[in-house]
Ligand binder design. Structure first.
Ligand SMILES: N[C@@H](CCC(=O)N[C@@H](CS)C(=O)NCC(=O)O)C(=O)O
Length: 297
């Protein structure tokens, strides 16, 4: 089973969507980047870059009992998952490089430029017209490039949907956040709608909202929608609820267990709580209503 160190952001969603498309077993280890979890030693042991997403695959690329792999950088993770499964990336050499080309275009262009626009237009305490205009121009230029490409081909790499599309989609959706009207880019709009309609993209991206998914079974689907700004967790698909909790909540829980049941605080307990599904019938509403009996037993 693949461990995914992640948080509901576009770069995190790329990996969630790919895993859902591929039907791979995975489980989420939430790294609350708003609370500074990305600087914690346990995460820095996975990546020196203190950025989500990262994965650890105990089986490695060759399947069960292979050599374990730990990876950061969403583009590298997508290539890894595609090569591990032989899906979502063409095998023909030329088509494969087309796919890698558009993946790199996302990694080096769309992601960083859209990210800078978001920062200066939405989050910077001081609104700097120069920066907003510079990155706004870049956002529009990149949409024009995508539109031109998608007038020529169904998907970015060619006729087939793949990791280049998965990398780009989470950055293109919610266009109003970048003051973009997708109708001005009709080929991008057509492509966007086709991907948004895919069940795996909906599960991995939780229907267009910032999302955090916890999975301990194949194709489990997004179960919790997080409003990252308000920091609240609300269940969106009750029939798919699984435990999702922040590292902070886990710490609180272990602390509580210690006091309630005079149990020693063991790291293993905390991990088990994080990774095992359905310990609480009310997961998504934290902390832990209904979970105590089972955990104490
Ligand atoms: N190039 C990296 C970028 C990763 C990245 O910037 N992740 C952001 C969330 S989308 C992050 O972890 N930010 C934490 C921080 O800024 O401290 C990738 O694609 O994986």
């Amino acid at each position: 089973m693949i461990d995914v160190w992640t948080w509901p952001t576009p770069n995190g969603h790329k990996v969630h969507i790919a895993l859902e498309e591929l039907g791979l077993r995975y489980r989420v280890i939430p790294v609350n980047i708003g609370a500074g979890d990305q600087f914690k030693p346990e995460f820095l042991a996975i990546t020196p870059n203190h950025r989500i997403p990262a994965i650890t695959d105990p089986d490695g690329p060759d399947g069960p009992d292979g050599k374990a792999v730990t990876l950061f950088e969403s583009g590298a993770i997508l290539i890894y998952l595609a090569e591990k499964t032989g899906r979502l990336m063409p095998s023909d050499p030329v088509a494969r490089f087309m796919c890698l080309q558009w993946l790199m275009f996302q990694m080096g262009g769309v992601g960083p430029m859209f990210g800078q626009y978001n920062h200066f237009a939405a989050y910077a305490p001081e609104k700097l017209p120069y920066a907003i205009e510079r990155y706004g121009n870049e956002v529009r230029r990149l949409h024009r490039v995508l539109d031109k490409r998608l007038q020529q081909a169904e998907f970015l790499a060619g006729p087939d949907y793949g990791i280049a599309d998965i990398a780009t989609f989470p950055w293109v959706r919610n266009p109003d956040r970048r003051d973009i009207d997708l109708q001005e880019y009709p080929a991008v709009a057509r492509w966007h709608d086709a991907i948004a309609a895919r069940p795996a993209a909906r599960r991995g991206g939780a229907g267009g909202q910032p999302a955090q998914d916890a999975h301990d079974r194949r194709g489990a689907g997004g179960d919790v929608r997080q409003d990252a700004i308000r920091g609240t967790l609300t269940p969106v698909e009750p029939w798919r609820r699984i435990n999702v909790m922040t590292a902070h909540t886990i710490r609180e829980h272990c602390h509580e267990q210690h006091h309630l049941h005079r149990r020693p605080r063991r790291r293993r307990d905390c991990r088990a709580v994080l990774l095992r599904p359905a310990l609480t019938p009310n997961s998504g509403r934290l902390p832990f209503a209904g979970a105590r009996g089972k955990l104490a037993g």
